[in-house]
Write a protein that binds this ligand. Structure first.
Ligand SMILES: [Zn+2]
Ligand SMILES: [Zn+2]
Length: 697
């Protein structure tokens, strides 16, 4: 039926049109079509399947600007559209239009299908219209605000004196289903601004009146989108019809004041999400649930690992005993590895006089990220935001010769940085944290080997803590703009070559990002990929031409002359707190045996087995294990359940039979009851697993 109508339309267009326009397609071909043909017509002429799969079109008039690259995808830019973007017509450059937009000039045309993130945004914004349609049908007294697409879906702001209830939200979702089933066309209409304003004013649509007045000028036409009897002031574009909103869900409700001012009426913002298919929608919810289950803030509380205390301040982390055990394992491993890999461990103060921060330059370019100064009787002091100047002072404290290099100082150094209130997030964004920081001072010809060693060390961290996948980025300077960077061109080239060669030697795939280096030198960032495929920026290896110059660092070369060493900053966990947070989420709190705060939970079946329990506990502790003996007067099953809830790797149960034969009955986390085995064998096996840092139990 639809096809037939279209064909008639086609022939009509052909008959009508004397003028032709040229449509340039992404494959380089050019199609002549009748003036007034739409992107849908073009798609249909290529193939009816393409027409059906197309969601929206991107066009750019051919005469205005040059390269076809301008039409290239904007690389999944999923920023929330600003209000202005939503209403103001875009004057230049490529723009998204409805498939039904008549074309009247030569254009480059790209048809966006369901493979496109931008097409998804159009679906989501269309879903917002569907939601508003449903709300007005159910609650006609409601006034409309605006309804943009967001990163995760869409929302619509409504004004209605009565609050929406959970039942209302369900009813809205159901009604949306009806609007979708009606498959109403989204029709764009142009109207004079004055007429539009009058209509919105008559309807007491105060928010629409505001948007029209704010984002259009007198004398202009405004665009309205209609589906069925619903009309919205909107720039578009939209999907062809409501039936294209195939998979959606109403999520939740939040309050917001109109224009953010509490003197204004309170609006009700309803959030929803939409996807191209039910399958994608289901996957999204499964993932949300998984992310929530793994949330380190939730698990940190549930497993009593850490807290952040209102009385002490935001962004300051308290490691509770169980979290402290894990931190000790992380730190011990790190320190031992540093020593094994030729680093010297150092400790440095938490505060220093402002003079030091002036010499280092932090007082200038980093001051806004530091805690404000503390005035003492002799000078003003600042908490350290970085450890570098301290390690430099140790280097400078005695003369160095080329034979001493490389000098590698490592420290688990606690630093304090000012983050705005309200921006802190669990362990991930804090005001006080501990870096596994190291600074390497070396000769230029040693750079490459040092960087290779840093990469190997970073890989060892990832492997040891159970991560298999990572992504590497090399950030370099912009040689066309040498004034923005410290250090000469030859220094930059040498440093970049050193980093590149090191990555090549390790056969590591990496992405080069020009212009993204710190002003003082190029860097390598290693981002790990967790079990949910999320990227976490942790390790970094960073060059520095700036500090050695500021502190006038030297070494005496083989030639007897004084030279300036090269300096490398590197952190592998990045921040101990942040890495701990990532570990909690990676393992969903079920840590590998070597990291688990309590490795074995002991459950005597009856009170008379308590004495044997003491023996087992003593034997395990003597073998170096962390154990918890549950002597509560509870049923065995209740004890097993409680210990299992704590995600303890092994729960050992024993009664008469086990006590007589020096056995334990072993329940393995996630694998159930493995039956009885001699205590000595269990100890030997568990020891082996701890030593190999096995992820398996
Ligand atoms: Zn719209
Ligand atoms: Zn540093």
């Amino acid at each position: 039926m639809k096809v037939a109508i279209l064909k008639t339309r086609h022939s009509k267009l052909k008959a009508m049109a004397e003028k032709q326009i040229q449509v340039h397609l992404p494959d380089g071909s050019v199609r002549p079509v009748a003036d007034g043909a739409t992107p849908y017509d073009v798609a249909y002429a290529i193939s009816p399947r393409l027409a059906a799969a197309s969601v929206v079109a991107r066009i750019e008039p051919v005469h205005t600007s040059g390269s076809p690259a301008a039409l290239a995808e904007t690389d999944g830019d999923t920023k929330t559209a600003s209000e202005a973007e939503m209403y103001t017509a875009q004057a230049q450059g490529p723009r998204l239009v409805d498939l039904a937009t008549p074309l009247h000039e030569d254009v480059r045309l790209q048809l966006l299908t369901e493979k496109d993130t931008e097409a998804l945004k159009v679906v989501r914004h269309s879903a917002a219209h569907v939601m508003a349609t449903a709300v007005l049908e159910l609650f006609p007294e409601t006034k409309l605000g605006h309804g943009p697409a967001t990163d995760a879906g869409f929302f619509y702001d409504f004004y209605r004196p009565t609050p929406f209830t959970q039942e209302d939200l369900l009813a809205i979702e159901q009604k949306m289903g009806e609007v979708v089933a009606r498959d109403e066309k989204f029709v764009r209409e142009q109207e004079s601004r004055e007429k539009g304003l009058e209509e919105f004013k008559t309807n007491q649509d105060f928010m629409k009146v505001h948007f029209v007045e704010r984002f259009t000028k007198p004398g202009e036409e405004i665009s309205l989108y209609r589906n069925g009897s619903f009309v919205d002031f909107c720039r578009g574009p939209h999907v062809p019809s409501t039936g294209r909103v195939k998979a959606f869900k109403v999520m939740n409700l939040a309050g917001a004041y109109w224009l953010g001012d509490e003197k204004n009426p309170q609006l009700q913002r309803i959030y929803g999400t939409a996807f191209f298919s039910k399958k994608e929608l289901d996957a999204y919810f499964a993932r949300l649930e998984e992310i929530h289950k793994r949330d380190h803030r939730v698990l940190g509380k549930q497993l009593d690992l850490f807290s952040i205390q209102e009385l002490a301040g935001a962004g300051l982390v308290f490691f509770h005993p169980k979290g402290a055990v894990i931190r000790k394992q992380m730190e011990d491993w790190m320190k031992d590895e540093c020593i094994r890999r030729g680093y010297d461990l150092v400790y440095t103060p938490h505060v220093a006089k402002i003079n030091l921060w002036q010499t280092s330059g932090h007082e200038g370019f980093y001051a806004k990220d530091m805690f404000t100064p503390m005035e003492l009787d002799d000078a003003a002091y600042r908490l350290k935001p970085m450890n570098c100047p301290f390690h430099i002072l140790i280097y400078k404290n005695s003369p160095k010769s080329y034979r001493d290099l490389p000098v590698r100082y490592a420290e688990l150094g606690s630093v304090y940085r000012y983050e705005r209130s309200g921006t802190m997030h669990g362990l991930l964004r804090v005001r006080g944290f501990t870096q596994d920081d190291a600074h390497i001072f070396c000769m230029p010809e040693q750079i490459e080997d040092e960087v290779v060693a840093c990469i190997e060390f970073a890989q060892a961290v990832l492997k040891t803590f159970g991560f298999t996948e990572f992504k590497v980025e090399l950030s370099t300077w912009d040689p066309k703009d040498p004034k923005s960077w410290a250090g000469s061109a030859d220094k930059w080239e040498m440093a970049i070559a050193g980093l590149e060669n090191a990555l090549k030697r390790k056969e590591i795939d990496y992405r080069t990002i020009p212009g993204e280096a710190a002003f003082y030198g190029p860097k390598i960032d290693i981002k790990l990929v967790d079990v949910l495929g999320r990227l976490w920026q942790l390790s970094t290896v960073q060059f520095d031409f700036n500090l050695p110059a500021r502190f006038e660092l030297e070494y005496v070369g083989e030639d007897g002359e004084r030279h300036q060493p090269v300096m490398v900053h590197r952190a592998l966990f990045g921040s101990v707190e942040r890495f701990f947070g990532v570990l909690i989420e990676q393992y969903a709190g079920a840590f590998p045996l070597w990291l688990a705060p309590v490795q074995m939970g002991l459950v005597p079946i009856a009170e008379r087995h308590a004495a044997y329990g003491e023996t087992v506990a003593a034997r395990l502790k003597a073998a170096g294990f962390r154990v918890e003996l549950d002597t509560r007067n509870e049923k065995m099953n209740a004890k097993v359940r409680d210990l299992t809830m704590q995600k303890i790797p092994y729960v050992l149960v024993f009664g008469d039979k086990e006590a007589e034969s020096e056995q334990v009955s072993v329940r393995v986390r996630g694998a159930g009851d493995k039956g009885a085995m001699p205590l000595a064998d269990f100890i030997a096996q568990a020891k082996q697993r701890v030593e190999s840092k096995s992820i398996e139990l």
